[in-house]
Ligand binder design. Structure first.
Ligand code: ADP
Ligand code: 3PG
Ligand code: MG
Length: 399
């Protein structure tokens, strides 16, 4: 998508204005610790820009899926201790959605100030994209800025509805995401490869259907490859598959021929009886998975083949790990390929873009999260973008 089509934050005068800023603070908290702060950190330029203009900022975000009711464990108040040091600013928390009280609290504080509204998904009407709620939210400020790319596939009151009632623009993170993602999918330097892995074809079918029309090589790994192998009549033992996807998998192979896309499946596989740390495992040819075993990673021969393809390519898109990477040693191929992608990128031979919650975790385990050309902050939104879909939160900030 051409970013000329969207209204940009830098073109708006926020001086002495109140800005409703949609961010995505749906961040991973494990045992009380924030395990990945990138969704917060990467909005610093937008926050700093607006504060330097002297604006009052009201941050809107969801957290988890509370479905329209208050859930104390999903209160954004819990995140303040993580957010304040990252922004290096004090946050004024707005706990209740009482429009009059919120307005007087905003009024009481000087320009510039930074407010955080409680979890938008506590509000009935948020996920329904309710017009009355969108209008109420809009009444709190002078304009709306969306910088939550990772929530822009949701047509909710705080991502899409609100922009019907206020002048709206894109923050710096959304602009960066759109530039990076459009570059590789719309006008890539060829040849271009995509790696799609993960557990289920059903969740990524539309991604695969779109990519076979766009890429020269489609490398399929993870448990998704098991279903593809099964569809080709290969015995896959006890491996995780989706039998109901067999015909669809066959169809993908046929379609790929018509679009000149090479589908690459594993030719050797790493198998074990259980998916557990330190279980005995062996490598087999991809048609020789023993009956009592399951495929948990691709083998070294396949790794070499994937590396050869990457060496031929100028562009790579990656979503989904090649194996069950959370359990050692089934992380090996994902890590090995991640390092290769990082090296080719650092040498200037490859433009590499990755996205997806588990994909980004795997890149971190491989210590290459700073070495790819671009890592998206989005999970579901990245997939919908790979499907070629329009994202409602982006459509609504077009000029
Ligand atoms: P992302 O979050 O990056 O989009 P997915 O959620 O689609 O990725 O897929 C990641 C999951 O796929 C991981 O939990 C991983 O363990 C699982 N997975 C990958 N390969 C296999 C396999 N061969 N067998 C079972 N699970 C697998
Ligand atoms: C995400 O984490 O992908 C976004 O914040 C969207 O969350 P959702 O899938 O609960 O809408
Ligand atoms: Mg995932």
């Amino acid at each position: 998508m051409n970013t000329k089509l969207i209204q940009k934050l830098q073109d708006i005068n926020a001086k002495k204005k109140t800005v409703l800023l949609r961010l995505d603070f749906n961040v991973p908290i494990i045992n009380g610790k924030l395990t990945d702060a990138s969704r917060i950190e990467r909005t610093i330029p937008t926050i700093d820009f607006l504060l330097s203009q002297g604006a009052k900022i009201i941050i809107l975000s969801h957290f988890g899926r509370p479905k329209g009711t208050f859930k104390s464990n999903l209160s954004l108040e819990k995140l303040i201790k993580f957010i304040e040091p990252i922004f290096n600013k004090n946050l004024i928390f707005l706990p209740n959605f009482d429009v009059d009280k919120i307005k007087s609290e905003i009024e009481r504080n000087p320009f510039p100030s930074l407010f955080l509204l409680e979890n938008t998904r506590f509000l009935k009407g948020e996920e329904e994209n309710d017009i009355a709620l969108s209008k109420e939210l809009a009444s709190l400020g002078d304009f709306f800025c969306n910088d939550a790319f990772s929530a822009s596939h949701r047509a909710h009151a705080s991502t899409e509805g609100i922009s019907r009632f206020l002048p709206s623009c894109a923050g710096f993170l959304i602009q960066e995401e759109l530039i990076a993602l459009s570059e590789v999918l719309e006008k890539p330097n060829r040849p271009i490869a995509a790696i799609v892995g993960g557990s289920k074809i059903s969740t990524k079918l539309n991604v695969l259907n779109n990519l076979i029309q766009k890429v020269d090589f489609l490398i399929i790994g993870g448990a998704m490859a098991n279903t593809m192998l099964h569809a080709r009549g290969t015995k896959i033992g006890n491996s995780l598959i989706e039998p109901e996807m067999t015909d669809i998998a066959k169809n993908l192979t046929i379609q790929a021929k018509s679009t000149n896309c090479n589908i690459i499946l594993p030719n050797d596989i790493v198998c074990a009886k259980f998916l557990k740390e330190n279980v005995p495992y062996s490598t087999y040819e991809s048609d020789s998975c023993p009956e009592e075993m399951m495929i948990l990673d691709v083998g070294v021969k396949t790794q070499r083949y994937i590396k050869d393809i990457i060496d031929k390519c100028q562009t790579l898109i990656w979503n989904g790990p090649l194996g069950a990477f959370e359990i050692k040693p089934f992380d090996r191929s994902t890590i090995e390929i991640a390092k290769h992608v990082a090296n080719n990128t650092k040498e200037g031979k490859l433009r590499s873009v990755a996205g997806g919650g588990d994909t980004v975790s795997a890149l971190k385990i491989a210590s290459v999260e700073n070495d790819l050309s671009y890592i998206s902050t989005a999970g579901g939104a990245f997939l919908e973008w790979l499907e070629g879909k329009k994202l409602p939160g982006i459509e609504s900030i077009k000029k």
